[in-house]
Design a protein around this ligand. Sequence first.
Ligand SMILES: Cc1cc2nc3c(=O)[nH]c(=O)nc-3n(C[C@H](O)[C@H](O)[C@H](O)COP(=O)(O)OP(=O)(O)OC[C@H]3O[C@@H](n4cnc5c(N)ncnc54)[C@H](O)[C@@H]3O)c2cc1C
Length: 408
Amino acid sequence: MSNDWDVLVVGGGVAGCAAGIFLAQAGLRVLILEKGGHPRHHVGESLLPASMPILASLGVSMQEMATRYQPKHGARFSDSTINRCETFSFSAPGDPPPAFQVTREEFDAELKSRCLASGCRYEENCPVTTWRPIDGGVEVFTADQQIHRARFLVIAAGRSRLNCSTADGVSDARDISNRFGHLAIYNYFSDLPPAVEDERGYITVHLIANGWIWCIPLRNGDTSIGVVLKGDSVRRGVDHREQFDWALRGCPDLHDRLKGLLPRDEFRAAADYSYRSSVRYGDGWVKIGDAGGFLDPIFSSGVHLALNSAQLATRAIIAHLSNGDTAGFEAFRQDMDWAEMVFEAFIDRFYNRDLVRQLFFADYRPPYMKAAITSMLAGHVWDRTNPVIAMFAGTRDESSPSERASTK
Ligand SMILES: Cc1cc2nc3c(=O)[nH]c(=O)nc-3n(C[C@H](O)[C@H](O)[C@H](O)COP(=O)(O)OP(=O)(O)OC[C@H]3O[C@@H](n4cnc5c(N)ncnc54)[C@H](O)[C@@H]3O)c2cc1C
């Protein structure tokens, strides 16, 4: 079969662009088909330190990031009802920024520019409608009746679903979860008066009875504020603004600080976003980023998993297309399953076992615990020596003395 492309990527968001760049760096011919165009709005401004090396390998320089985006030094968890706040700092004062809080319009558009610079072809306003396996590759159909052929397909279409009824029937399969947050409503506010001096350098998670609220300060002076409600707290038939205001009253400090500030945009919402993919890859295709699963925004894991899944999957694709080796796909699946399992364990404890009050605010915490939590919050999710990760993953006894000694 003569293919037009080595790899066709559906979706030109974070995962799709990262995959495109890695594949083009390996000399492959890559076509990215993107439903919309850039710049475009996207939620998800808080990045993790562990993502920075991957961004650097995509050509996104940390120096440039520092001129464009708000440096992020760590994460804070606050519960004003019991007057507690715990800060987890990713770096020491004076260190270079360990991560950033980004405007996604700019950040995602920058990744697209990197794709073009690396030699990918990137077509905007080109929604893919379906695809099918063919001899030696895949055939991909777009809304404007184009047909593209490639040796391999990367599905990076985010939370949107592709219609795979004409394909193998499994690449669209999802296990929906309803154990976490159900509805996020968010907007952007200028000139939020800070509660503490260094507030802009941190994501702050405010606990409320019905869920939680994120505050992510951005470099342009705006703060991204989103309320996340548990399923039983969602008030059906109430508009986004009213529901946002109602949830905000659960955090009187933030409610007071927002008085008189006008939202910059319309109130946007994302609902029922937690799912996992039962199958991550098949013959001639792989799913990465949100297309492979999205759990919950509480630990800002989305972009990190999107970048990592792109890196791991493209290593497997490059090996496969050069020598027919398929072993890399199973390694990719295992690595992504591990990361999701770890994040899921944390998220589950956050929603269902009072993680913040029990562990983050605990008065009597083993000394190693804070560093272990900080490392996890920084995104080092594959660090199996992290005692908290090992404990939550069920591979470590919490009271193991040897591990405590070695991590002190
Ligand atoms: C409420 C909420 C808050 C979040 N906060 C954070 C955060 O603070 N930090 C963080 O890291 N993550 C956060 N996330 C998650 C994060 O935004 C995503 O995980 C990340 O953007 C995933 O990247 P992606 O490339 O997989 O998907 P996307 O970035 O969504 O990209 C998918 C692309 O595919 C395109 N597409 C879709 N269908 C088609 C089609 N049929 N044909 C062609 N193109 C198509 C879309 O237009 C889009 O550009 C949050 C998510 C939610 C829901």
